[in-house]
Design a protein. Structure first.
Length: 157
């Protein structure tokens, strides 16, 4: 297997593991604090479809169910996509050590997760209070810890 393909596969695995950690921390927080799910994934899908001129098919209920499913799928795509970027960087020779990999993963996943929603006007992190920042930051840091660990572990093989 080529080094580039190996890097992409390792990155995808790291991104998938990191996304699982992010989701687990998020759902644990929701369960412990009895807080509702965020509407931002759904709002993002609606905004992207509108901007792209794409109609999400179905009657009201079917369409709503599709949008509810597409929201989390965008999160999976972002998380795995960040892993792919990290894996591609590794395949190109980037070696940063565990702390550097963690920092790169954290920064990139925060941008991938919040950048589109901010650009679409769905949210504005500048207006978030401390609780909102912690609610967003902690799962993304969990992603970075797990993704960096998996990627470093696979590289060490």
């Amino acid at each position: 297997m080529s080094g580039a393909l190996r890097g992409l596969l390792y990155g995808a695995a790291a991104g998938a593991a990191g996304t699982t950690a992010l989701n687990a921390v998020t759902y644990l927080d929701m369960a412990v604090r009895a807080r509702p799910a965020s509407s931002t994934p759904r709002d993002t899908v609606e905004a992207l479809a509108s901007r792209a001129g794409v109609e999400i098919p179905g009657d009201n209920e079917s369409r709503s169910n599709r949008v509810d499913a597409l929201g989390p799928l965008t999160g999976l795509a972002a998380g795995i996509g960040v892993g792919l970027l990290l894996g591609a960087a590794r395949a190109a020779g980037w070696r940063s050590g565990p702390i550097g990999t963690f920092a790169a993963a954290a920064a990139t996943v925060l941008i991938a997760g919040n950048g589109p929603m901010t650009a679409l006007g769905i949210t504005d992190p500048r207006s978030w209070n401390a609780d909102a920042w912690l609610t967003d930051l902690v799962p993304h840091l969990a992603y970075a810890v797990v993704a960096a660990y998996v990627l470093d572990g696979l590289d060490d093989r």
